[in-house]
Structures are given as structure tokens and as C-alpha cells.
Design a protein around this ligand. Sequence first.
Ligand code: HEC
Ligand code: HEC
Length: 378
Amino acid sequence: MVTRVLFTMAALVCLAIAVSAQPAEIHRVPRGRQLFERETFGGNGRTCQTCHTTDTGTVSPDEARRRFRHDPRDPLFLHDGSDDGAGHGSRRMRTEATVLVTVPLAANVTLADDPSARTVTVRRGIPSTLNTPALDPVLMLDGRQATLDAQAAGAILDHAQGVVPSAADLRALADFQRGPAFFSSAELRRFFRGGEAPGLPRGRTPAERRGRRFFEDLPPDPAAGLKPGLCAHCHSGPLLNTTNDFAAPFIPSPAPIPAGQRFLSVGVSEFNPAGHPVREFVFNAGTPAEVRVMSPDPGRALVTGIVDDPTLEHLNAFKISPLRGIRHTAPYFHDNSARTLEDAVAHYTKFFFVASGGLIVLTPQDERDIVAYLKLLD
Ligand code: HEC
Ligand code: HEC
């Protein structure tokens, strides 16, 4: 009898806790889900999920083609998803899945062919919303948004052509994007909750084990062709998205690259393999410090206005991509120019050869080993 009364009291206490937890925990998360997956904010019919799907957090050209076959009027193909940005043509979205992103120009940057313009439109892939909202404080390919709330408000205006909701709704959206569905692995989910940082998978096959060497935090070894630790220079830390102590500029540079740097160029805008339209950007026009740059997308430099750049973190530089779950999110690089992991690694063979003045030569075997290892990363 006494036990029974105690049990009932305990049940009541639990119930009271559950009821008081409701507004914060139980009520808020469904609101965030509803906003991310269904809310169109009075705009063009798009939701966040139109571009950031549940499975991969992004949209690939395969997915775009599948959706086009199913419904050519899918809101993915509207507005900045269309060929001309005004709703005509879906070829670009179906072939490369890039969006026309309009970026404000830093005060000292102008366009040679349109000097009064204060924005420029560039073609960028859709970065995955897995892992980043919870684990990466640097948002957007060029780092131009400071918080998830500001990012969501921008997305609602730019992509959904909608009305920005209340601060509470923006917070609910942010909380939802840090929730359990937004991780590429259970390990990363645990890490976010305070667990141990995931390490590098060991690799089972000889190719995977050789591939792992490129991702170990090792000092450059000229006797080994500077290859061990090469990718870890920039792909280090739990998400493999930050420089370590050994990051090298490869070409003679007045400044070494510090650990913890988040932006760099790996030659994607320079080589422009996607063949995106090139514009002439003028930095510090009409002053002795004037610099003119031809580029399809100068990346971080548009935000900072910095072009004279010893640590290579501004001109044509983009956020170092996280590599966890990378096998699910083709195509690669900010312009979606690498269709497969094989293409991305082939790009690096070219980049390292040029950047090191011919010192670093990745062989076809190295390329296969690196791809085998990239496919292991969860
Ligand atoms: C038209 C497709 C589209 C829609 C709709 C869209 N996004 Fe995005 N999202 C993008 C693109 C493209 C970028 C990268 C732009 C850039 O870096 O310049 C991006 C970037 C992001 C990022 C930063 C990712 C990173 O790696 O830094 C987050 C977070 C995000 N979006 C969340 C949202 C939310 C929340 C919504 C809904 C309110 C939304 N997006 C709607 C295309 C879209
Ligand atoms: C000097 C710094 C640096 C080094 C070294 C480096 N990366 Fe990167 N990596 C980056 C940056 C910056 C990006 C984003 C580039 C862009 O989009 O223009 C990137 C992007 C990538 C991507 C595309 C990810 C995505 O989601 O689009 C892959 C794959 C990749 N790197 C693999 C590698 C491999 C493999 C190596 C070694 C062979 C390597 N990286 C070495 C800085 C580096």
C-alpha cells in the first residue's frame, strides 16, 4: 500500500515535469520541422526542404532531373533556380544543380562592366545542411552570414521570396536544424551532445589504409613527395574542415597559413572547370591600390574586400568543405564542377602540381586510394 502511494506520487511528479517541459521541448521542435519542411512564408512556393532534402541536405543534378520528370513546375526550377533567374529554362538546374546566388559587394569592390552595381550574381551549388548547423559556426560558402537565424531570414527573402517570420520562428528553425535528423552519423550526433570527437576511420583494405595517410596530421615530408598529411593541411578537426599546424601555401608566400583558418582557395575559381561566366572585378577602383581580377566567383573577397592576400584566405577562397558523409553529396566544390569524388581528386592532382611548382605529383594510384578513403567518411 505504502509502495503504491509512493509510486503514484512519483508518477505525478514525472507528469508535472513532462507538462512543464512541453513548451520548450515538445512543442518547439515540431514548429521548427513545420517551418523547414512545409512553410512557404507567403513566397514563391518553396520551402527550405525544396533545396535541402532530408536525406542529403542538398540537391544533386540526378535529384533535379528526377523532380523535373515528376513535375516540371516543381518550385526548385523557379526564380534563382531557373536559367535566366526570371523563371525561364531549367537546364542549369538539371545539369549542374547550381543556384543563382546574389551576393552584396564589399564597399571597395565594383564590377568593371557595371560600375554602379552593388551586388553580383554567381552560380553556386547547394551546401548540405547536415552537420553544419550544429557543428560549424561559419555559415555560407563565403562565410557571409553570422548566425543561423540571419541565414534563414536571408534564405526566406532570397530563395523563397517570402516574408521573414518572427524571431521566435527563426529560432525554432535554427533549433530544428541542430536536431537529431541533421547529422551524417550517430557519432557526430553524440559529439554535438558533448561526446568524444569522431576520429579518422582506420581503413580495412590496403587502398583505404594508403588513402588514410593523406588525412593524418603529419608534418610535410619531402622524402615522401610531401604526400603524407597533404589533405589534412586543410581538412583537419572533427569535421575535417579546418587547417592544422602544417598547412603550407606551397608557393612561396610571405606568411605561413595558421592553424584554424577556415577559408582558402584550391584553384576552383582560377581553373573554372565548370566554365561559368567570368566577370572583371575591380578592388579599390581609382586608388593606387587598385587591383583588377577576372573570376567567375571571387568568393570570400567579395565579403571582405581584401585582395592582397598573404594567407590566401580571401581572393577566390571558399569555406573549407567538411568531408563527413561526403559520398552522399555529389557534385563537389562551390560551383558543383566536380561530378564525382574521382573528379574532385583529379582536380587536386592538377592543383597541387601547379601550386607546388611541380613538387607534388599525385599518381593514379594515389587518386584511387584517396577516393577509397573519402568513401569511408561518415
Ligand atoms: C533555392 C534553393 C534554396 C532554398 C529554398 C534554401 N536554401 Fe539554404 N542554401 C542554398 C544555397 C545555394 C546556399 C549557399 C549559398 C552561398 O554560400 O552563397 C545555402 C546555404 C544554406 C546554409 C549554410 C550552409 C553552409 O554550409 O554554410 C544553411 C544553414 C541553409 N542554407 C539553410 C536554409 C534554410 C533554413 C532555408 C529555408 C528558410 C533554406 N536554406 C532555403 C539554397 C537554398
Ligand atoms: C589548401 C587547403 C586545402 C587542401 C590542402 C585540401 N583541400 Fe579540399 N577543400 C579545400 C577548400 C577551400 C574546399 C572548397 C573549395 C571550393 O569549393 O572552391 C575544399 C573542398 C574539397 C572537396 C569538396 C567537398 C564538397 O562538399 O564540395 C573535397 C572532396 C576535398 N576538398 C577533398 C580534398 C582532398 C582529397 C585533399 C587532398 C588531396 C584536399 N581536399 C586538400 C581546401 C583544401
